[in-house]
Write a protein that binds this ligand. Structure first.
Ligand SMILES: C[S@@+](CC[C@H](N)C(=O)[O-])C[C@H]1O[C@@H](n2cnc3c(N)ncnc32)[C@H](O)[C@@H]1O
Length: 385
């Protein structure tokens, strides 16, 4: 999701100096970079040999390894689950006051809050991940692909739609069209809008999103920096590995539009997403495996990133992420030559020590890597070294 660091040195220094003069906290100094990932900011300071800036920005939020870290919820890197903070969920819930039917696209945290406030069931959640809710227990949760897989019965059903897609242009294009189909005439659509700094192309992508929004809706407006996120589990570990406390640093804006009386648009029939991911639980953690075998140097399992079993970024454009056909809720990214066999191994594991039973049937390097991942996923507390 995040871009390589491209701001000029002097620009970065000016920005940081200004923030320091205003006595901003480490997290607020990071937020000044408008979505640029803290790991990228820190790497850039190190590359420029500005250790004084590393200290100024990260000194108050640094961690010393090894570090004992508690994971309280296992978030999904494949579907880009970035959870709203409680304060943001409350703020968004307020926006729905006065509306009698609410459709949420990819917003389980908000669903959790609204279903407590409105037990009558006029709030529906459409999401592909059923980790937090099961359809059997919550009939107003619909497990589906928002980009194209919603039943027609929901057409023109909601007075307000709130959406938070993965931060990529193709997702926005499909999700906005779905929202247009779901919302009643006169209703409103509210979408999270990622900030300009997340990657080099983000400014143009935002323009394209806003242009599509104004084709689909009337009265479009944008409010920047009003949505705050918690750092998801897979990114917490990546930050800790990089010596940064997993503070909540990410924020975004909102784009709002109304559905006028123009002719209803057809829903998107975009077909996307190559290979499907299979999910398995591994103790407390979640592991995601793609069926397509990866190219490895003759090993069963390798790290997808050259230097670490943790990806430096969960961005779909990150080279390690592109190579990874095995990912976890705790930031691991691996390349596996035989994904079907890996699924079979996991299915036969009842405890972490079962990993020892595969000794001899897998070469040593892969076995050691798998053992490390299993022991890092099984418990709720992990020691990051
Ligand atoms: C950026 S997160 C938003 C989460 C939100 N901030 C919250 O706290 O409730 C994206 C959400 O969209 C869901 N998602 C991603 N791709 C999807 C798809 N194609 N169809 C349905 N849901 C999808 C993810 O499971 C995740 O819940």
């Amino acid at each position: 999701m995040n871009k390589p660091f491209f701001d000029s040195h002097s620009h970065v220094v000016t920005k940081v100096r200004k923030g320091l003069a205003e006595s901003l906290s480490g997290t607020d100094l990071i937020r000044q970079f408008d979505g640029l990932h803290p790991i990228e900011i820190r790497s850039a300071f190190i590359a420029a040999n500005r250790l004084d800036l590393v200290e100024a920005v990260f000194g108050s939020i640094s961690v010393n390894l090894p570090y004992l870290h508690e994971i309280t919820r296992e978030d999904n890197p494949i579907l880009s689950f970035w959870p709203f903070t409680r304060a943001t969920a409350l703020k968004l819930a307020k926006l729905t006051a006065g509306f009698s039917s609410i459709g949420l696209l990819g917003a389980p945290t908000l669903f959790n809050l609204l279903k407590q406030e409105r037990p009558r069931g006029d709030v529906f959640l459409f999401d592909r991940d059923d980790y937090l809710f099961r359809q059997e227990t919550f009939p107003s949760f619909v497990k589906c692909d928002v980009a194209g897989g919603l039943p027609d019965m929901f057409n023109a059903s909601f007075e307000v739609i709130i959406g938070d897609p993965p931060w990529y242009l193709d997702d926005y294009a499909a999700w906005l069209r779905t929202a247009r189909r779901l919302v009643k005439e006169g209703g409103i659509v509210i979408f999270v809008l990622f900030p300009e700094g997340v990657r080099e192309t983000a400014r143009d992508e935002r323009k394209a999103i806003l242009s599509l929004a104004s084709e689909l809706f009337t009265e479009c407006s944008v409010e920047e920096n009003i949505v705050d996120y918690e750092t998801p589990s897979f990114e917490q570990v990546q930050m800790v590995v990089n010596g940064i406390k997993p503070v909540n640093w990410r924020r975004a804006g909102l784009v709002t539009g109304r559905v006028g009386l123009r002719e209803r648009m057809e829903a998107s029939s975009t077909v996307r997403q190559s290979g499907e991911w299979t999910e398995r639980r591994m103790g407390s953690g979640r592991i995601f495996i793609k069926a397509d075998p990866a190219q490895t140097a003759g090993q069963f399992l390798e790290t997808a990133d050259a230097t670490s079993r943790f990806l430096s970024s969960p961005s779909r454009r990150n080279p390690g992420r592109l190579r990874a056909n095995v990912m976890s809720s705790r930031g691991h990214g691996l390349s596996c030559a035989d994904p079907a066999r890996l699924v079979e191994i996991i299915d036969n594991m009842k405890s972490p020590s079962d990993i020892e039973a595969i000794d001899g049937t897998m070469e040593g390097q892969s076995r050691n890597l798998l053992r490390e991942v299993v022991f890092e996923l099984w418990p709720r507390f992990i020691q990051v070294c």
